[in-house]
Write a protein that binds this ligand. Sequence first.
Ligand code: COA
Ligand code: AMP
Length: 630
Amino acid sequence: MAYKDIYAAWQADPEGFWMQAAGSIDWTRPPSRALFAERAPHYEWFNDGLTNTCWNAVDRHVAAGHGGRIAIIHDSPITRSTHALTYGELRDRVASLAGALRDRGITKGDRVIIYMPMVPEALEAMLACARLGAIHSVVFGGFAAHELAVRIDDATPKAIIAASCGLEPGRVVHYKPLVDAAIEQAAHKPDFTVILQREQEAATLIPGRDLDWHAIQAGVTPADCVPVEGSHPAYILYTSGTTGAPKGVVRATGGHMVALNWTMRNIYDIAAGDVFWAASDVGWVVGHSYICYGPLLAGATTIVFEGKPVGTPDAGTFWRVIRDHKVRALFTAPTALRAIKRDDPKGALIADYDTTSLKTLFLAGERADPDTIIWARDHLNVPVIDHWWQTETGWAIAANPVGIEALPVKIGSPSVAMPGYDVQVLDEGGHPVAPGTLGAIAVKLPLPPGTLPTLWNAEERFRKSYLDHFPGYYETGDAGYVDEDGYLYIMARTDDVINVAGHRLSTGAMEEVLAGHPEVAECAVIGVADALKGQAPLGLLCLNKGSNQPHEVVIRECVARVRDQIGPVAAFKLACVVDRLPKTRSGKILRATMVRIADGEPWKMPATIDDPAVLDEIATALKGLGLPRG
Ligand code: COA
Ligand code: AMP
């Protein structure tokens, strides 16, 4: 069947479409129907089914006789090691860890925070929670103790599972002291932690609270899979919003499995036994959906890569991994390719490796710039497929579904809406606009299975953030347009979220940290164009009247503050002191205009500006920083 027929089949009978997809999942009790709209505009899927994610991702493959198939390959150029786990081994390891957690009181519905680097044990921890019906919340290792503490207080976990350390090129990340500091800062205290001691750094364990990963599993009775309702939360994943408080995106069990399993075959063209590599981190949604759950649900082999696209040891690493493990599809962020292209502009290292196993390269996480797409396509000789999605949706809103049919690629577009998504471009009044016209991108409710039913502990915020602005729609927070052929073009965020190296960050959160500096009276953070990372955060600081601190000292302290409180992942390195910030007469800071000036783009004096002279001052300050530099 062609894409348009499948999309039309979904439009004609959405519930039938998803009930059929649900047939590929094992249920202890099959759902009686797909959609539960009783609480509209809150929609849920497969509520009355009973199932278990770990069973579907692991045990059922073993039960079907595929226990010897490779489930996970850990490839770590940082530790110069590679090892593989079969589905049978994975089942035993997960059942044992789950048994240990169960024996210490973890049961269905309990929250468990996971703070781990790219090691297979991170996936094992996620799956062990799923096995028990516990709700995991993975926190990215590049976040600092304060961010971890905020998540501890929101999720109120009974346990934290962490590793002693993470490994960044040339630097050991001391996870355990970060966990200790976060627990110290948080009002909520977990009952216990489980620490995986890595050989690169052994952490000091606090008796009575910290348990050793291996020691707690000694003599344990392996845990069975606990059936949970389709609507039961599988996990919470915090993501950046407009304010400093992260949003806890909830993923419900049934829809999550049904949707991911559908995408593996239809979008990524991956079947059982194929090797799929999402070069991301388990701390992001890509890691949840496509390092852990998606490939395992499909019975494929997933790669857990502990390295960087460049420098571990060089820009040929990705091609080496593809060759060594016969990767069929690679999913990465455009930033990673820009980093490789910068080090190896002619793609000379690609020729050193046999990459013929690679059939498709998928890109997401940020806008894919045409230069990068063309470079990758020409050097790898495979289709380069941009696709667009968000933490909230958990899987692609728009893609080129190569598993169904490879549609013509239009460079600059993540292609077309996937079944389940009725994507509309709206004007400010909520009316659909004509093709080619820029507007807010929204999805008609209900969203498909696998997307967020709500935010953890924040139903009101969920409605306000996503549903209230355009009644009857989910507001994506992205702006763009659709062309005559139905291809989408994603142009910008409509909120204060920026995208740095494929990482979603909140400028509001950084502003809160900067405003905490005793010399800073007022500040604004904007995302400016960056040739490698897409965007980089830039802070504009107004100091207290009469402040006599040298500006470079305040700037240095502000940079350190953001690193310390949000984490190195914020990549906050650029700041300047200005006398005033440009504002409208009603006091709103004109961030978008400052971005245009910083990026060297044409800009118009906003009619609502309070004092036009301020923008000249800003332009001078930005020139002093060497901007634009995109
Ligand atoms: N734990 C601890 N620190 C981390 C971390 C982690 N898991 N991940 C990143 N960091 C740190 C980095 O070490 C760096 O620290 P530094 O300021 O001391 O150098 C900082 O956070 C910023 O990291 P990043 O923005 O990734 O920059 P980089 O210079 O280290 O690497 C790239 C640049 C392009 C190679 C890298 O950003 C990359 O691979 N990006 C792909 C992104 C991606 O896969 N996104 C997933 C969404 S699909
Ligand atoms: P995250 O929730 O971290 O996955 O970030 C989601 C946001 O990243 C989206 O709302 C977009 O702003 C941006 N994004 C993700 N994929 C793409 C893409 N293919 N093209 C353009 N922007 C993208």
